[in-house]
Every structure is written in C-alpha cells, then in structure tokens.
Design a binder for this molecule. Structure first.
Ligand code: MG
Length: 383
C-alpha cells in the first residue's frame, strides 16, 4: 500500500474578541483540557494522522504552552494578521502529502469525519464537511426581508482536507487584496475540485461566550460508566486462532459462526454493556447466515459507532485472555494495536493481558479459550 503522510494543521491564532473574555477561546478550559487540546488529541489519536502542527498568534506562546501541557508537538508556528496568513505560515512549515486544516475553536472532531475527508481526497484536490441548513434564511435589517431559499445550501465546517501541493498552489495564486472565506474557496478559485462529505453537529464552532459555557456544561455532564464482557469459544480442528483480529498459529482453531474471535467479541460486549444496548447476539444473531465466517472487527466497529452516536467517549478497554495455549505473550502488542486501530484510539488506552487457569477447568484442559473485558466510557447522563 502507498504510504502518504497526512498532517493536521490547527489554526489557533485568533484573538477571540467576539467571546467577550480576556483569554482567546481556543486557550480556555473545556472540562479537564483546553479547547485547543481537545482538537489536538482528536487528531493525534487518529491512526491516519502522522503529525499535528499548531499555528498560534503573536504573543500567545505562554497561553499555548499552558494549553498543550505535557503533549509533545513540533514547535508552534506564529501566524499573521489574517487567518489566510496564518494558514500560509503553517503550510510553509509542514512536510507531507495531505493536510487537514482545522480551526482550534472547534474542539470536538469525530474520527469518522476525518475518515470521510481522507477517503474523499482520493478523487478530489480537497474535501470539506458540510451540514444542511435547518433554519429559515432571510434578508434581515430592522424589518424582516425576503426568505432565501435554502434548497441546495449547506454550512461548511472544518477540518478541510487537501492535497498539500493543491492548497499551497492556491495560496500562492491568491490575490492578496481579496478576502478569502476559507481554504476550500481558494482551491476552487485556483481551478481545483473540492468534494463534500457529511459533517457533524459536534464540530460546531465556539463563537460566542455562551457557546463555550454550553460546551463546558456538556463536558461536565458526562458521567463515567463501566461495561463488562465475557466470551468463550471451543477448539475444533485447525491450524490457527484469531485473537483481536490477529492470526495466531495453533494446533486447533476456534469454533464459531463468525471468525470466532473471542477477544473482539468480548470487547464488543463490554462496550454494548457500558451503553446498555444489549449484547452482540442481539445485534448480530448467530442464526443470520450473513455473519458466517465474518471478520469480527465489523461487530466492534458497530459498537464503537453506537457509542459515538449517543455522545459517548471510550476512555479505556482492559482485556484478559484465558487459555493454556497458544502462548499469547508474543502477540499481545499486535492484538492491542489492532484493537486500538479498530476503535480509533491510542494504544495507550488499550490493555491486553493473558493468564492460564493453572490447568484447571475447560481452559486448563485445553478445550477452548475464554476472554473477558472491561470498557470505561463517559456519556451524557440520560443518553
Ligand atoms: Mg463469541
């Protein structure tokens, strides 16, 4: 597979004068992290993002240092008077094939939006997330004017994704006397193509101080929940088992309707448990022939997306694999990294352990493999 380097460029240079506060909104606290740190963490934990570069405003070095805490990032680039100057300064400082340009004032960046943008870049010079316009639009003033038909209108969000040469060329060609509403318009003006993908209401920009208060309220309203999972599969004749999506050579295989991945099944059940949404058998009935031999990552992706759709955040997964053989130790890191990839989390937020049962019971007799998992999540109290 071709490896392409993708950089997230976060523009945090704004002075935030519309917020009516001394501190620019991107450096304000939102829950336990700064607004900027939320955006940084969303990109840094995404497996398709290779590095994160932040552009700050003149005189914001101290606020930036406080906002990123112990995170290790390339030194920030200092931007210019206008957003366009700040983006250009950032583009000059990065190295890669693709860039996602993002406003720091949008702290919540769903991993699925990043996936959609990167996929769309295969067929276009740029890609932007958009949402339909729900409110009535009309000309304003002291008296209400005519309604503007909203058919075909969309709201454009960030991050905006581009092939790096295309966005650099668009900035170089731009008439400096003109204002640009965003980078996508500059690429279009330079003759490039910009695709649209589905945006997300979670990407809403914090513009007014009430937005920040509402976002702070939502963050503090999340409550911790814990879900547990347990699964067992018996051995049958074969030459390898699938554990956490990894093929592990063995003198038997695991018996089951899907690929019998006891590890992914138990993690799926732990997440479903934490959101109170039944179990894996409810969502993927074993009686349904379409799951015969299916790779189990689709079950886990389904649980992950259900959690995200309800406003939840997956904080940590701890798995224990219980068997006498095969030896799990040499595959632990691979299993952990693969679960992290499927869940779009840093491997630091996944733990994989293994134990035997001292030759006692069915696992001790080598009749099969058991696995258990605990998932720690946060989600809105009444979701
Ligand atoms: Mg199972």
């Amino acid at each position: 597979m071709q490896t392409r380097r993708t950089v997230a460029l976060i523009v945090a240079a704004g002075s935030g004068t519309r917020m009516g506060s001394d501190i620019p909104k991107q450096y304000a606290m939102l829950g336990s992290r700064s607004v900027l740190a939320h955006a940084i963490d969303a990109f840094a934990s995404h497996p398709a993002i290779d590095s994160v570069q932040v552009v700050i405003g003149a005189g914001q070095a101290d606020a930036y240092a406080a906002a990123i805490g112990t995170r290790t990032l390339p030194p920030p680039v200092t931007g210019g008077a206008h957003r366009r100057d700040s983006v250009a300064a950032g583009l000059a400082a990065i190295d890669g094939d693709r860039v996602l340009i993002h406003d720091a004032a949008r702290p919540h960046v769903p991993a699925a939006v990043i996936d959609r943008l990167i996929a769309a870049l295969d067929a276009a010079d740029g890609a932007v997330p958009v949402l339909p316009v729900a409110d009535t639009l009309a000309h304003g003033g002291t008296a209400l004017g005519a309604v503007v038909p909203r058919d075909g209108l969309v709201r454009v969000q960030t991050p905006q994704a581009f092939a790096l040469p295309a966005i650099r060329a668009a900035h170089a060609a731009w008439n400096a006397a003109q204002e640009a509403t965003d980078d996508a318009q500059m690429v279009r003006a330079a003759g490039g193509t910009v695709a649209t993908v589905a945006g997300d209401p979670a990407l809403e920009k914090l513009t007014y101080s009430e937005d920040l208060m509402m976002a702070q309220q939502r963050a503090s309203d999340l409550v911790v929940r814990v879900g547990s999972g347990f699964d067992v599969h018996a051995f049958e004749p074969g030459d390898h088992v699938i554990l956490g999506g990894i093929a592990v050579p063995h003198s038997a295989k695991l018996k089951g309707h899907s690929d019998a991945d006891v590890v992914l099944h138990t993690v799926t059940d732990a997440i479903l448990g934490a959101i109170g949404d039944g179990d894996i058998g409810d969502h993927f009935p074993p009686s349904d022939p379409q799951w015969r031999g299916a790779a189990s990552d689709r079950f886990l992706i389904h649980a992950r997306d259900l959690l995200t759709a309800r406003g939840g955040i997956l904080d940590f997964v701890d798995v224990t694999i219980i068997c006498e053989a095969p030896k799990v130790g040499p595959h632990r890191a691979g299993i952990r990294d693969n679960i992290a990839r499927i869940l779009q989390l840093s491997p630091k937020r996944i733990s994989v352990k293994a134990t035997t049962t001292e030759r006692l019971g069915f696992t001790g007799r080598g009749e099969g493999i058991a696995a258990q998992a605990v998932a720690t999540i946060r989600m809105p109290e009444d979701a």
